[in-house]
Design a protein around this ligand. Structure first.
Ligand SMILES: Nc1ncnc2c1ncn2[C@@H]1O[C@H](COP(=O)(O)OP(=O)(O)O)[C@@H](O)[C@H]1O
Ligand SMILES: [Mg+2]
Length: 199
């Protein structure tokens, strides 16, 4: 199997309301996949099912070969996620936000320090690492969330409307980061293999 994400007849109903109706989709490894649709189309619901935060009503999906229903823990280890709504602790610094996340994933002190510096470098926030997030611009906050999503070396990164509310210039820069992160060679080390974003 070559697919980063496999989806077959995946559906989600909220009571009588069908939010996602039997979708089929295969996404290859290394692919940057964009899911487009108007508000309410079901994009966030799809991402939440793939990230094992929401149970599908029917159908099948596998993320990095792990069945989302049978092996949710393995799915979670394989993915990073940048949520639609901002989810940083603004009363902490950038570095502290990353450290908190890394602790949740069980990285030891040495790994945490190394990885935090690595991801801060990736999103060019190293010189702002010890500033409170409440003083970050919208674009900086988004970049920090991307960095956080990459902390535990995920194979697949989900981004739910990563450029929502950003101005055109910042939006372009976020896209540049995502494209760069996908090209491991240009950075000299492996970063993340597949991207699934929606907007
Ligand atoms: N927890 C929920 N309970 C009931 N309806 C929901 C719930 N979550 C989402 N919906 C509905 O499902 C539809 C798809 O929502 P969503 O996946 O958030 O769309 P998108 O992300 O494409 O804007 C919307 O009509 C939304 O109101
Ligand atoms: Mg949404």
């Amino acid at each position: 199997m070559e697919y980063a994400i496999q989806i077959e007849k995946l559906s989600k109903k909220f009571d009588d309301f069908t939010a996602v109706s039997s979708i089929d989709l295969n996404i290859e490894k290394g692919e940057i996949f964009g899911l487009l649709g108007p508000n309410g189309a079901g994009k966030t619901t799809i991402i939440k099912m793939l990230a094992t935060l929401l149970q599908p009503t029917s159908g099948f999906a596998a993320v990095w070969h792990h069945n989302i229903l049978k092996d949710p823990a393995a799915v979670r280890r394989s993915i990073g996620i940048v949520f639609q709504d901002p989810s940083l602790d603004t009363e902490l610094t950038g570095r502290e936000n990353l450290d908190f996340h890394a602790r949740m994933y069980g990285l030891n002190k040495e790994e945490r320090e190394r990885r935090i510096n690595e991801v801060l470098d990736l999103v060019e926030l190293k010189d702002r690492a010890d500033v409170f997030v409440k003083f970050y611009s919208g674009g900086m906050q988004r970049r920090l969330e991307i960095a956080r999503g990459l902390m535990h070396y995920p194979q697949v990164l989900f981004l739910d409307e990563p450029t929502l509310g950003l101005d055109a210039q910042t939006r372009r820069r976020v896209w540049e980061y995502i494209k760069r992160l996908n090209k491991a060679d240009s950075l000299g080390h492996w970063v993340c293999r597949s991207f699934f974003f929606c907007f």
